[in-house]
Write a protein that binds this ligand. Structure first.
Ligand code: PBG
Length: 333
């Protein structure tokens, strides 16, 4: 029988794992507060904090409360906030026209947060789904999501968002050609310093379920989003999507959902060497919370490990509903 030293030829990997100091010394990736992007949910009214059943620990906030949350987030060192809106049904229609109303909740929240906490970054979603009465991200006509007409609306919405104070426009609709069209319109309106983070590879995923409750579109969605989001079976197609968005002017690219798509994060980072982000979406958040609430996993540790995994996969940052908790956790340790 051979002895272990002959088998490993003296290369014992456990040597560097033996103490905390040596593990620290060889650690390859680190999660810091600079990696955190915090998505928040907005609702009309004042002094509102409405818990979201499907996302324990997450609430919809009225604009005044969102301003307070932004101050706290900034104090914790969070870099960027991404607001999403719960819109009253009466304001929704087939083309999502409320996205172009100058007093819609997103534009008001952006202006209020920018005014109160100018140092924190703000990223707005350019997509119609909170505003359409059918829950799709685009204009629905004869059962079809009409690409170019949707892009025209998103272009105008993006310029409004930039004028309200958004630092980054984040198209999450997956229409073809929207990055280039938005880039041109921002430049033409004198907003050449506003960046674009493209939801370059957004998959037709079941993990978005709790988000739909959060923004109040759960019962509304007619059909599914398979004609414009990417098939979860595809990876080469994700490369082609990202390549096109980069060519059209995206400054940063995003993968969504996150945890089940770490292979996509790694492929995009290796292929393009672009700032690459992942969205740990609502369903991922709620799965961890549900298992933790049942005592099946240590929620705090799974939260930290799930985010560190994005760094290992090549991501520069993560959109996560855990952001404030992670920031507190990082400050403690
Ligand atoms: C749509 C959009 C979605 C999310 C953010 N913007 C998905 C969808 O409704 O299909 C999901 C975010 C999450 O699940 O956390 N523009």
């Amino acid at each position: 029988m051979r002895n272990i030293d002959d088998i490993v030829q003296g290369r014992r990997l456990r040597r560097m794992r033996k103490a905390q100091w040596s593990r620290n010394l060889v650690r390859e990736n680190q999660l810091t507060v600079n990696d955190l992007i915090w998505p928040i949910f907005l609702v009309e009214g004042e002094n509102q904090t409405q818990p979201i059943d499907a996302m324990p620990g997450v609430s919809r906030l009225s604009v005044d409360m969102a301003v307070e949350a932004a101050k706290k987030a900034h104090d914790l060192g969070i870099t960027l906030i991404a607001p999403f809106a719960h819109v009253h049904f009466e304001k929704k229609d087939v083309t999502g026209s409320h996205i172009l109303d100058e007093d819609n909740i997103i534009l008001r929240a952006v202006a209020a947060i920018k005014n109160a906490v100018p140092e924190i970054g703000l990223m707005t979603d350019s997509a119609l789904d909170p505003f359409t009465d059918h829950g799709h991200d685009g204009v629905l006509r004869d059962g079809i999501i009409v690409n170019d007409e949707t892009v025209d609306i998103l272009v105008r919405a993006s310029v409004l968002q930039a004028q309200a104070g958004a630092d980054i426009i984040s198209p999450s609709d997956m229409m073809d050609g929207r990055i280039g069209a938005i880039r041109d319109a921002l430049d033409a309106s004198g907003q050449c310093d506003i960046a674009i983070m493209s939801y370059a590879t957004k998959f037709a995923s079941a993990y978005y379920g709790p988000y739909r409750e959060a923004i109040g579109t759960s019962g509304l969605l007619k059909g599914d989003k398979k004609t414009y989001y990417i098939d979860p079976a595809n990876s080469d197609e994700a490369i082609r999507e990202a390549e096109q968005d980069i060519a059209e002017g995206a400054d940063m690219i995003m993968v969504k959902p996150g945890m089940p798509y770490l292979d996509i994060c790694r492929r995009l980072k290796d292929t393009f060497q672009m700032p690459t982000f992942a969205y740990q979406v609502s369903g991922e958040y709620s799965m961890i919370e549900a298992a933790a609430a049942n005592g099946w996993v240590d929620g705090e540790r799974v939260m930290m490990e799930s985010l560190l995994a994005f760094k290992r996969a090549g991501c520069d940052g993560i959109l996560t509903y855990f952001a404030p908790r992670v920031a507190e956790n990082l400050a403690k340790n």
